[in-house]
Design a protein around this ligand. Sequence first.
Ligand code: HEC
Length: 155
Amino acid sequence: MTKIYRKAVSVTAVLALAFVFSNCGSSDKPAEQSPTTPATPADNGEGIGNFAGKEVAPFDAALAEKGKTLFEAKCSACHKLTGDKIVGPGLKGVTERRKPQWILNMITNPVEMTQKDPTAQALLAEHLTQMTNQNVAEDEALSILNYLRQNDGAK
Ligand code: HEC
């Protein structure tokens, strides 16, 4: 009696397992076909580096003043503040066409940016010179960003 009972239980168990597996298989398929999981995460325009995902404070005139000195020392060999290109693009309007996080990442992490960020990759393809890492500290980069904001009319 117990033997038959056990057999019945194990047959039921096998059937139940088979049902579970067949169910798994069929529910997997539509998930594979759905295009909801992109291969790479979407570009949110903040670039790659320490500033991605961080809040950036609004315009600060005192920081812009510090940024002017830094810009002249570390950036002006390759960038004008007008729209004209020298080695790199003219920076007029850059604070309108890029997010502040992107600009800060470009200043502090230019090599990785031109390798992996789609916007920076396109700029490298256009200008054919790698922007060099100028060893700009994070607070210095913030000052330079404010100088660029001032150049674009921030008050
Ligand atoms: C050796 C030349 C060089 C120096 C020095 C340099 N850059 Fe660049 N910069 C470039 C080039 C070239 C590009 C375009 C991307 C590339 O080819 O690497 C660029 C791109 C940029 C961009 C993006 C412009 C846009 O249109 O989106 C910003 C912002 C920028 N640089 C800011 C700076 C700042 C601020 C400094 C100083 C800390 C600096 N750069 C120093 C050459 C330079």
